[in-house]
Design a protein around this ligand. Structure first.
Ligand SMILES: Nc1nc2c(ncn2[C@@H]2O[C@H](COP(=O)(O)OP(=O)(O)OP(=O)(O)O)[C@@H](O)[C@H]2O)c(=O)[nH]1
Ligand SMILES: [Mg+2]
Length: 300
């Protein structure tokens, strides 16, 4: 079917509400990494969803939070900027009957523009249906939402309703992305993110938040073997020890998980290697951030 409608929809909200889970659910595949720790997403990532003659381009964004370093400032800036220049904004929230500070701040910004804002109440699988009414009421008093959609990104319930509400808000026009493209995230970036996801799942507190991953090698050998090597940057010697683990146990676990996931992705054997390096305080170092692809030069 020819695409006759296409538009951008930003997913915004505080950290950990399930924006990336929703992006993956809408796309029907894993594009953004997910963890139970806040501030998982660091960059804007798009996912293209086609339904009928309509192409929805969803933008996952870093959670809206108070920054504690230059990387955090960059993430906040991305979250803020993403709400501009789009056809609709979906504010993703927890099913809690109280509008918190991050939501209030976001809604203040959004009320200055005329982009339609939808309220997405996520994680409805965790609460009884009857408890949603007070949530809707609390948010309706704070803002004039174009629509309210309760859903469960984890279970997949309600995502069709979200597309139903969004479709009339998108402009007529040709597709924004060519047919078949599902995301703007380069392959190397996805691999680096998957490593970070494994580390977020296995490690506590500051260690995984102070980690950045670079893909050094990605090549296919003649015999179909895909060879991948990555460098894991961390902030302190003590973190390096934790990342490597006792006799290399942590790197081994991460390596095994990566290989399993990558072999499914590449449908063939994968050789995966990783190294850990210390780069003191890289999250505050403009040069390091630039090398890692976080453009903090334009920070306001
Ligand atoms: N029960 C339940 N949990 C969910 C749902 N959606 C997401 N989660 C969980 O919520 C946690 C956070 O999910 P993410 O998708 O990483 O959240 P996020 O909003 O992208 O977080 P940041 O990237 O840190 O801003 C994970 O543990 C998810 O499994 C849902 O519909 N139901
Ligand atoms: Mg995320």
């Amino acid at each position: 079917m020819n695409i006759t409608k296409s538009g951008l929809v930003a997913l915004v909200g505080r950290p950990n509400v399930g924006k990336s889970t929703l992006l993956n659910r809408l796309a029907g595949e894993k594009i953004a990494i997910v963890s139970d720790k806040p501030q998982t997403t660091r960059r804007r990532i798009s996912a293209v969803v086609v339904r009928g003659a309509c192409q929805f381009v969803f933008l996952d964004t870093p959670g809206f939070h108070k920054p504690r370093n230059r990387l955090g400032e960059y993430m906040l800036q991305v979250a803020r900027d993403s709400a501009g220049g789009v056809d609709a904004v979906a504010l993703v929230v927890e099913p809690i009957p109280r509008v918190g500070t991050p939501e209030t701040l976001l809604l203040e910004r959004l009320s200055a523009g005329d982009t339609p804002v939808l309220l997405v109440i996520n994680k409805v699988d965790t609460v009884p249906k009857a408890s949603l009414l007070p949530v809707i009421e609390a948010y309706r008093q704070a803002f004039r939402f174009a629509a309210v959609v309760p859903l469960s990104a984890r279970e997949g319930d309600g995502t069709d309703l979200l597309l139903n509400e969004l479709e009339p808000l998108l402009p007529e026009g040709p597709p924004l992305y060519p047919e078949g493209q599902v995301t703007d995230q380069p392959e190397r970036e996805l691999i680096a993110e998957l490593v970070r996801e494994k580390l977020l799942n296995h490690l506590d507190k500051e260690v995984p938040h102070g980690v950045a991953v670079m893909v050094d090698t990605l090549r296919e050998r003649e015999n179909k073997l895909v060879e991948i090597s990555v460098t894991i940057l961390c902030e302190k010697e003590s973190h390096k020890g934790i990342l490597i683990g006792k006799r290399g146990a942590m790197l081994k676990t991460v390596g095994e998980e990566m290989r399993a996931e990558l072999e499914e992705m590449y449908e063939g054997p994968v050789l995966f290697q990783s190294w850990v390096k210390v780069r003191a305080d890289w999250r505050n170092n403009p040069g390091q951030l630039h090398n890692l692809g976080f453009d903090t030069g334009a920070l306001k």
